[in-house]
Write a protein that binds this ligand. Structure first.
Ligand SMILES: *Cc1c(COP(=O)(O)O)cnc(C)c1O
Length: 368
């Protein structure tokens, strides 16, 4: 049997006809950039996340940048981010000219540890970015408490956490501003690149809209420096169609996670992901820890099962940040995850047979 790591074919088929008709409309109207389809998607996405504003942009990375840029983060500032995340989280600070300051993650949630984050605060610290990694929200109340006491900003990177929840509230509505990605493989994916920033703050939303479009509200009148971070009309149309299915797809991911949990529970050598009782995990990824990860990954690969590593090199050990002077053993929890993590196949339409097969092969490997 072949089990891909992710498979978009079924969801593409589901919206194919509607998507073609929407794309045809966009061609007929030449509304390729922003326009009605993007505006409608922004409204629906904001409503879905219980937040006042959604500003659709060109990628999650650009959304990371905008969320900090619009808040005035600049040269000389420090921004605390988890060492355990995708590199793009760090680009947000870096593109503002600020310095990313890494912190270790919590051993249960794998998200930034609020105590470790607080230890990193200096008089130059301007913000903490909480990443909702793998689809589980970070410990937001404790992070917000720290941010408020220290008078710094709290931002979310919700690229992996569409409609994930923290104490009944949606990711993206839990801080001053949040970034989302619609990279095709994310829980809500475009037919290309895409991202968004959400916020409840009217003024901030206005600023983000202008930054996304060359620092202008009125064409050719530029009030401040900006960039071209606009979303394409086609992506807005596709995302609007897919958003209607997101709840159902999320429940399917959660059911697949339960199935994995049922079949892999009680295996001592394997650490399963923990669902924190404060939230609702949306399982962008189902990440297990295992000491002989590379051997297991190869074995699964030989048996037609594709897996992923999220992420094999933590940010503080990336070559691009070597000038910051971090060393191995700086962040033991993050480094253990990097060495032992294995992301099992996870997508809404993964079948019980496929999950059974993956778990059977894992058990077989352990028995050898
Ligand atoms: C995917 C991702 C991003 C970047 O999104 P792109 O749309 O690929 O630019 C940022 N942060 C995290 C945590 C991600 O997983």
């Amino acid at each position: 049997m072949n089990v891909p790591f992710t498979d978009l074919k079924k969801q593409n088929e589901l919206i194919r006809e509607e998507a073609i008709s929407s794309i045809t409309d966009i061609i007929d109207n030449s509304s390729f950039i922003l326009g009605k389809s993007v505006k409608e998607f922004e409204e629906d996405f904001a409503a879905e996340h219980g937040v006042k504003h959604c500003i659709a942009v060109s990628s999650g990375t650009d959304a990371n940048h905008l969320a900090l840029w619009a808040n005035g983060i600049t040269h000389g500032d420090e921004v605390i981010i988890p060492a355990n995340t995708f590199i793009a989280t760090a680009w947000g600070a870096t593109l503002c000219g600020a310095v990313p300051v890494f912190a270790d993650c919590d051993a249960r949630s794998y998200n930034i540890d609020p105590v470790k984050a607080e230890e990193k605060i200096t008089d130059r610290t301007k913000a903490i970015v909480a990443v909702h990694l793998y689809g589980q929200t970070a410990d937001i109340n404790n992070l917000r408490d720290t941010a408020e006491r220290k008078n710094i900003l709290l931002i979310e990177d919700a690229a992996q956490a569409h409609i994930a929840e923290y104490k009944g509230k949606k990711a993206g509505s839990l801080s001053a501003a949040a970034s989302f990605s619609f990279y095709p493989g994310k829980n809500l994916g475009a037919f290309g690149e895409g991202g968004a920033v959400t916020t409840d703050n009217d003024e901030l939303a206005k600023k983000i809209r202008m930054l996304r479009d060359h620092g202008s509200e009125k064409k050719y009148y530029h009030e401040f420096f900006g960039h071209n971070y606009r979303m394409e009309g086609i992506q807005g149309a596709v995302l609007g169609l897919k958003l209607k299915h997101l709840s159902e797809w999320t429940e399917k991911r959660r059911a697949a996670a339960s199935k994995y949990r049922e079949l892999l529970s009680g295996i001592e050598q394997i650490t399963l992901p923990e669902e924190m009782d404060y939230g609702k995990h949306v399982y962008h990824l189902f990440v297990i820890l295992f000491s002989k990860r590379d051997e297991l990954q190869n074995y699964l690969n030989e048996n037609g099962i594709s897996t992923g590593l999220h992420y094999p090199v933590p940010l503080h050990l990336q070559k691009c940040f070597s000038h910051l002077g971090y060393r191995k053993n700086d962040f033991p929890v993050t480094e253990k995850i990097a060495e032992q993590c294995l992301s099992l196949p996870m997508f809404p339409d993964i079948s019980d047979d496929q999950i059974n097969y993956v778990c059977e092969k894992i058990k077989h490997f352990l028995k050898r």
